[in-house]
Design a protein. Structure first.
Length: 244
């Protein structure tokens, strides 16, 4: 697939995620990965598989009990999605009693304490970053040479990320790599919003559709550190060289 098409699909997925995160109440997907981004016959990307999605609100929901503070409409929305949740006052985050999602796509803060999982927009953005890595590598499995999920958990919690193989990296737009690495930053507060990512990818998609040059092999070699391993260490303060 040409990079123009890849970036356009990534942009459309980011647009869908921005719509979810900007709603009132906020929708959290909690299981973003490339296999949950479907493509229509006219090559439009659609986020799918909302089986474990949740609504985050500013109200308090006590464990195993939905507060009467919710309107009838909000209550029906929660019931239509599934089980009760715990919310935190005045925060778009959600404390779940059980782990959700897929290990290889989950954020380090989830990996460190899966028994007390606080999902929010930042954890969705981390998963979106790994999804961008899948687009970069034409559908490779994150940490594909690591056999067990508990090993992946330790790696990600310690700051490791899926490697950036030279074969793919040399052909990728540098801005795409920067967006991807910003999304999977070790520190949640450093990750961009879905709205920001949508704007960056939209601008890149527009540039590519108008025939802009975006890389050379020499630029790629100079700008990024290559690794033949399936994973590489990432500094806890900066997830990739040259992130925005």
């Amino acid at each position: 697939m040409e990079w123009g098409a890849k970036v356009r699909l990534a942009f459309e997925a980011a647009k869908g995620l921005a719509f979810m995160h900007n709603r009132e109440p906020i929708y959290l997907h909690r299981d973003l990965k490339a296999s949950n981004i479907l493509v229509t016959a006219d090559w439009t990307a659609k986020i799918a598989d909302f089986g474990i999605a949740r609504i985050a609100t500013d109200f308090t929901v006590k464990k195993q009990h939905i507060s009467q503070k919710f309107s009838t409409q909000s209550l029906q929305s929660l019931q239509s999605i599934g089980e009760s949740v715990i919310m935190v006052d005045n925060a778009a985050s959600e404390l779940m009693t059980t782990f959700a999602g897929t290990w290889r796509w989950n954020a380090p803060e989830i990996m460190r304490n899966p028994n007390e999982c606080r999902f929010n927009r930042e954890t969705d953005m981390y998963s979106f970053g790994v999804s961008l890595w899948e687009i970069l590598t034409n559908g490779s499995v994150p940490f594909g040479n690591v056999d067990f999920d508990h090993q992946v958990r330790q790696l990600v919690a310690g700051g490791e990320r899926p490697a950036l193989p030279p074969t793919y990296l040399r052909r990728a737009p540098p801005e795409f790599i920067e967006v991807m690495c910003a999304c999977w930053h070790q520190r949640p507060e450093k990750r961009p919003s879905a709205q920001d990512v949508m704007l960056r990818l939209g601008s890149l998609s527009y540039s590519l559709s108008n025939g802009s040059e975006f890389y050379t092999s020499s630029q790629g070699t100079a700008r990024y550190v290559f690794s033949d391993n399936y994973y590489q260490a990432m500094d806890s303060g900066q997830s990739c060289p040259g992130v925005w």
